[in-house]
Design a protein around this ligand. Sequence first.
Ligand SMILES: [Zn+2]
Length: 402
Amino acid sequence: MDSQIAGSFQLMKSMNRSLVLNTIRINGSISRAEVAKKTKLTPPTVTNIVSELLKEDLILERNTGVSSGGRKPILLTINPNHYVIGVDVGVRKIRYALSDLDGNLLISKVQAMPLTIDEEGLLDIIIQLIEEILDDSRTNLDRVIGIGVAMHGIVDSKSGISLYAPTLGLRNIPIKQRLEKSFQMPVRVENDAKSMALGEKWFGMGKDDQNLISINVGEGIGAGVILNNRIFDGNDSIAGEIGHTIIDLDGPQCSCGSFGCFQTYASGQALRERTLKEVSLGRKTLLTDKANGDYRKIDGPIIYQCALAGDPLSIEMLEKTGRYIGIGIVNVIHLFNPSLVIIGGGVSKAGDFILEPLKEIVQSRALTSKAKESKIILSALGEEGSLIGAVTLVLSDMFVYH
Ligand SMILES: [Zn+2]
């Protein structure tokens, strides 16, 4: 019983601590009295928590408040001299960055993924890149509050293990355990699309939405579901794998081994394959000039360039991809009824060529008039969405009680 009481006291204390920290973060600078008012905690509780946070150097006191006649109130701010390291492990690239506590990437770099790599090799590279960024920034380890890793494939976020990265053929990589051992600080690991969704919630287009879905359409398709402001992981971490929801019983085979998966119709790879098929059938198109006879050169960016130049085949192919993405989004709307759907990843760069046909599908297929009007927008975080998400994993641990 005693340990239960101690446990619930501890729980309340850490909830209150996150609440106070987040209130200071959101307001920029704020007095103790205002913190108490906004959090509805008692002034002595706020004073205690603030003393602890000051002792840990996480917040600072400033004497710059507006005076109402008497002495100037002391304002509290987050100590800006703290950092987070983010790593986004994609299929072809690893992005890594040092961020401040507001999600601004102070240093951001990219490295190509080696063509062949094993589990140990990947861990070595990640450790080496983190060391490099610490050196570059001349940041002391004790100023870094944590490391966030956004990893493609299936990730068990609780243990921080990358369970399966199909494109690289890697399994069971103990990322969290190894990085915590190397750097002696908290490490969070999450799937890249889920990380991106959290990044959108904190720093992107989703700030005002409690329930949102961000869909990453690149070589494959992944999604992050945010329900009540948190990542929805599902029972075994595979919630959000919409790329492998099946939309055609007898469809083409997917990289996962199944048939007719959504991503075999709507991904960047599907766009490329569909276009190549048309070109090889002899369709007249600007793409043949652009590719200089080497059709392997035809990829998403070239199709987009030709669409911008008015090439009918390129426009048709992008629009078709937009309609397929629309089908996946109608399914997602019917499953989760989010207030916002954000589309990111390489394919989203085709902008209105895909967005308009996509919205037409949602208009014609969604169940209710409100669902037809679901807000669907393109991501504003660009290629660094998952990287900002990786940083946000650590920030959300610090500022929000889980
Ligand atoms: Zn699949």
